[in-house]
Design a protein around this ligand. Structure first.
Ligand code: ATP
Ligand code: MG
Length: 249
């Protein structure tokens, strides 16, 4: 509270109606320009810290559907890197899957919301699904950088299979100016980051979960159980909407 406001509050304990009016006026004169858009919803990190510079993880994926491998990866990076928030960003039209049959964006988005809703550090962004055209990670990073401001530290989380392809991504070199990259281990893939800028990419070993969306889709199509591979709400969403059933193909 500024001295001005304190003074008026002291005055306002009297019956002086002028002072009361002054308090009312001051309370609406909020310094809006000083409030950062995300300061209002600032979360604490998994370790309980609130940083001066927000530390934001970005977990991009097709999430068709989101599974526990994605969630463990995000949770582990959040813990080790002391992140304040991890934003899950379902792709719009994934450029490397353009010729494949990908479930519509709204279903993938909703499953991602359901899967992340119980974790106060996890949020979901629509930037990629609302942007027309194919999805490129450089656009995701630019949009989120703009949203969170120049001070935020961005950590892009990517699995071992995806990191191997990184140099084929559009404007790959520029991506490293916008975010730090964390390559997480994944069963069945080896992680080689020797061809990437050393100070911009780390490798993090995470609890191994041999789960892939491809396998979850195959299981659902065959009527095999997907319980405990994906969160309960996602099992129910798949069932309710008949996703991945053979007659849907
Ligand atoms: P699909 O089989 O359809 O390609 P996927 O399981 O690979 O699905 P994606 O949405 O393609 O999931 O992956 C998003 C990101 O999550 C990628 O960076 C990927 O490497 C990573 N990832 C996916 N599954 C795991 C897992 N089990 N462990 C660690 N990282 C994973
Ligand atoms: Mg994949």
């Amino acid at each position: 509270m500024t001295e001005d406001i304190q003074e008026v509050f002291l005055d306002a304990t009297s019956t002086d109606t002028d002072a009361v009016r002054k308090v009312a006026a001051l309370s609406v004169q909020q310094p809006h320009e000083l409030i950062q858009p995300h300061a209002l919803v600032r979360k604490k990190s998994a370790r309980g810290n609130a940083h001066q510079r927000l530390r934001i993880g970005i977990m991009g994926g097709t999430f068709d559907p989101i599974h526990n491998g994605h969630l463990v990866a995000a949770s582990e990076v959040a813990w080790v890197y002391d992140l304040d928030e991890v934003i899950f960003v379902p792709t719009g039209r994934p450029i490397f899957k353009i010729d494949k049959n990908v479930t519509n964006a709204e279903d993938r988005y909703l499953m991602t919301v359901i899967a992340t809703s119980s974790n106060p550090q996890f949020t979901v962004s629509r930037v990629d699904i609302d942007r027309p055209g194919a999805t490129y990670t450089i656009d995701t990073l630019r949009d989120l950088r703009e949203e969170y401001g120049p001070q935020a530290e961005l950590f892009f989380i990517t699995g071992a299979d995806a990191v191997a392809e990184i140099l084929k991504w559009k404007d790959a070199a520029k991506m490293f100016d916008l975010a730090h990259f964390v390559a997480v281990t994944r069963p069945g893939y080896s992680v080689d980051v020797s061809f990437l800028p050393r100070d911009k990419v780390d490798v993090l070993e995470i609890p191994a979960l041999a789960i892939s969306s491809t396998d979850v889709r195959r299981r659902a199509a065959m009527g095999e159980p997907v319980w405990y591979l994906v969160p309960d709400g996602v099992v129910q969403y798949i069932g309710k909407h008949g996703l991945y059933s053979e007659d849907q193909e």
